[in-house]
Design a protein around this ligand. Sequence first.
Ligand SMILES: Nc1ncnc2[nH]cnc12
Ligand SMILES: [Zn+2]
Length: 338
Amino acid sequence: MTSSEALLDLAMKMPKAELHLHIEGTFEPEQMFAIAQRNQVVLKYNSVEELKEAYQFENLQDFLDLYYQGMSVLLKEQDFYDLTMAYLKRVHEDNVVHVEIFFDPQGHLSRGVSFETQIKGIYGALKDAERDLGITFKLIMSFLRHLDEASAFETLELAKPFLEWIDGVGLDSSEVGHPPVKFENVFRECKALGLPVTAHAGEEGPPEYVWQALDVIGVDRIDHGNRALEDEDLIATIKHKGLTLTVCPLSNLKLCVVDTLEDHPIRTMLRYGLNATVNSDDPAYFGGYMNDNFAALVKDTGISKDELYALACNAFEGSWLDSKSKQQHLMTLKSLFA
Ligand SMILES: Nc1ncnc2[nH]cnc12
Ligand SMILES: [Zn+2]
């Protein structure tokens, strides 16, 4: 085996935590068509092939338009269960042992699907996979930033009977024009409820949005964070606070955040001492789950064994697992990389 084959092998086999994953972004076209058919919903596309051909994006909004269309076939608790279980079985093959997944309640409430229907399906699958596959999890409710703060507050009210099942809150959807400050009040209430907070920031939006995520919202984690690298003071602040960045290489490539993976900033982030991690974001749309993302990094970026180790450790360290569980995963990684 060459050294790069050995590195790839290690990357595939190592235990992984995924911290940035939208469950609605795991909707594979085949499953989408099957659920559409059983719910008697007509999709805009005539076949799986036609749908897959539409997966060409120039930016985040191009993708989001398709993402909201795709999720519109999810109507029943069983649909949410099946979607979530398919993802968990798929990443079990990639040696993912812990997941922290987002769901977008407003994307379903607007179509008349109750909060209870959504969360019971998703949580049911997470619990079953914990028992049957040994995958631990955290569930993150994400607010859609293209909607107003009143809608986020209404969603939080609907979530209150289920707070035992919700481990944190996030902020996603169209970034530019929707800065974190728009949601200052709702995140203040979330924090008062004891919920950890993360937010998409610096995917397409400027460094100013990342500053707001830090200073106005007080995030515990940053999703993406690519454009933070444009601001030296911001880099120093993220480093000083020890915040984790949930970076998504294949997503960034597909949404034209980077032109090529060779240009991807993840190694620069590590060099600056930032706690970067590898994640798949919306794997059904972006051409790859966790191992595909790691394989692409090994093949296209010249990543070293030390860097791979750092990325794997950062994910467990930046997770919302208890410290004992974190230590156990870190010990496993240490012996694997020794
Ligand atoms: N990459 C992404 N950025 C913002 N919102 C999203 N929702 C799903 N995927 C997203
Ligand atoms: Zn995302």
